[in-house]
Design a protein. Sequence first.
Length: 255
Amino acid sequence: MDSVNLDWFYLPLSLFELAYALVIVFIAGVVRGLVGFGFSALCFFALAPVFSAQTIVPLLFIMEVIASLHLLPKVWRQVPWRWLLILCLGSALGTPLGVIALQHWQSDLVRGLAGCGVLLACFVLWRQWYFKAAQSAAWIVIAGLVAGFLNGLATIGGLVAAVYMMSSKMHPAVMRAGLILFFLLIDLYGLSWFQGHTLISSHLPSLLVVMLPVILVANQVGASLFNRIDVVAMRKLTLALLSALAAIAVISALV
């Protein structure tokens, strides 16, 4: 089936591929609005058969920025500012390294190794373990460094940030607010590096025109669901999502 090609924009997709991509974006957008993360990881793994990594990573960065701007007014008062600033410091160091590595490394291998680490961390968190030194500025910087590197390389830095925040007994609402603003800042920063290394696809504007309305609607649906879930259920849901995404990362690296 031919790609969608109109006078004013071009999509390198068949109609079936476009429908599939929009369904994935909607599902991932609902998850993002609900728990504050997971959009990029879900989309990256599910859309890998349709897009190259060089196309999808900048696309997801821009959609994460839009999604964060959409939700930010609702969570602004709950943002954990100390955590956020230190995480961003580490991410500022890690993101350019990840973007550079994207051009040379096998991102599947890195995602698989990171997925194994996240799975192990989720298992420990399911056992009600908490990291006593999680509030340490040095450890938060390291977590930000790893998150930034993996975000620039394979868009899964949010898994690292979410796992680390959960290990500190942070309230789900505060964690969600912190992740929403964290993604806004780290993805804007990452986009500047993608632009500097000429990794922005020419198809990007056309893809955004089609996908942005979908993610905004899905984001709102997820945000409305957040207010109906209690804290214990939210923690279990977040851990289940993290475990599932990490498992997908491992499987995708093996096949």
